[in-house]
Design a protein around this ligand. Sequence first.
Ligand code: SF4
Length: 682
Amino acid sequence: MTATHCPYCSLQCGMRVTRRGPAVPEIGEWAEFPVNRGALCRKGWSAAGLYAGRERLTTPLLRDRATGELTPVGWDEALDTIADRLSALRAERGPDAVGVFGGGGLTNEKAYQLGKLARVALGTSQIDYNGRWCMSSAATAGTRAFGLDRGLPFPLADIEQADVVVLVGSNLAETMPPAARHLDALRERGGQVVVIDPRRTATADRADVFVQPVPGFDLALALGVLHLLVAGGLVDESYVADRTSGWADVRDSVGAWWPERVERVTGVPAPEVRALAALLGGAERVVVLTARGAEQHATGSDTVLAWINVALALGMCGTPGAGYGCLTGQGNGQGGREHGQKADQLPGYRMIDDPVAREHVASVWGVPADSLPGKGRSAYEMLDALGTDDGPSALLVFGSNIVVSAPNATRVTARLEALDLLVVADVVLSETAAIADVVLPVTQWAEETGTMTNLEGRVILRQRAVSPPAGVRSDLDVISGLATRLGSPVPFATDPEEVFSELGRASAGGKADYAGITYARIRDEAGVFWPCPSPGHAGTPRMFLDSFAHPDGRARFHVVEHRGPAEVPDADYPVHLTTGRVLAQYQSGAQTRRVRELPDSGPFVELHPMLAGRIGAVDGAPVSVTTRRGSMTASARVVTTIRPDTVFVPFHWVGANRLTNDALDPASRMPEFKVCAAAVTA
Ligand code: SF4
């Protein structure tokens, strides 16, 4: 029986895996693991189903130039072919002819080695990952406000101590059900839960206060709340004076956001705005948590900053049982953004344009600092440049199903098809692998060991519990094999613990400092919170208690302006479209759609009875949703829980992201997944 963690979301619930055969696991509870205390959602309980499918890839595939079909080949032929073609492209067009695309589900070790592969073996600046589309707005805002980005700067269980928890754009009860028990515990204590969402979700059903703005207008709501806190004398002036800077400008900037104006902009009735501000202003401890609903916008980082401004004005950040946090989405959404697969970063959350950071990381890697490339394009911008004159001609994809998950997916798929070489390392023939030139079958979850960093900044250890199928290699083996064939000047370790040790040295002294964390400590201590700079350091469960991470120790207020969505409804596209998740599926569905125990009834279009009546839609019958980028048809779900001016489509299947808008946040480069203008027809 092996103590390990769930293959899916950022809660990284602890579970025990028992081997029932060479490659057949059975899931059991790990009651002592503090984050979930034995509770799992149905995705976690059915995770063994990942091993029951017949679709597992067990041999490399190479596209036959004569027939156009993917054909089984040996590992040497596959890796030699990739290395030869990459070398030729680099010789012809320079190192940036090759791009690398990673994922927020990769272990820390894989993310680290992928960044090193790009910077050392390929010498390319063109690397980014799908986490750019997940947590980057909160990461950008956290860095600007606090000087450091850790999704939750406190253990999740701390929210039970709050008097009010505000969830902005989070459907916690469906995305990570075991976390919802903290909300229940808080309410049993007499605390209150506020949910802000355009849909009355399962989480909203458990809330004391439900606020339903038009999608894309959370920022204006935060401005209105802050206006009322100022007007009501509810700002914690001594905290603001002692621990922050920039308040006077922010205070002045919200002067015109009176409740009636907020109502006109957001659709939230003025009395509800007043009640929300009074609730927050009267509470001793408030936690504000944002998630993708607030963050996946072209204004996402400013929206998060607006809510951080509220939390700072209330004196909550760095206060026990209170504060601001981001509910990270992907399994390693936190660690995946810390160790070098982001276009502008080196391991340890160091910036790639910082000369000191370059020297340190280069010395760990054993290469000259000036050999490291500079900052590359963000995820969408790199994909949009594929196959163009100055964009990459080849792309290596690890742990990402771009065809389903990219915004404006039809355009992105066309860019992938314009490449000279697309290589995908995956477990199954995902929609992206299906259009690749070379597909590499890799190990998954319980077949391999590696660390993840959960939404709290707790570094945990997934342990190997079953044997991988014959013919499959780990991503670390693949990366090492490619690096060797590409003539890397330094070796690439393949043992995960050895890679983690190197990662620790590379991160030493950085913001996300893992230098004092070892596999043994993680096992003994049920995870270790970063920063943990030395073996004798206890780790840091709670941050900012004495000081924020800016050089002067103060948090920063930031003036942010309401801009609204990049697209608003008009005569041709008269409703808002928003996208999101369902309980039984995870991300692009490449894993969960293949688990038989998880219901998969395909995509649907959720709409209000008033809208359904207007267009003649009937529950269960097909409706079409069209935006300026594409169209999809799915069955209608007529519900009263959504705004009459909004439709919702889940994104786990091909279709939803053919509709979504690729407008980018200017700071985080987050696409506007969560809102665009659409037309719906029956
Ligand atoms: S909440 Fe997340 S980590 Fe926990 S069992 Fe469900 S999918 Fe897995």
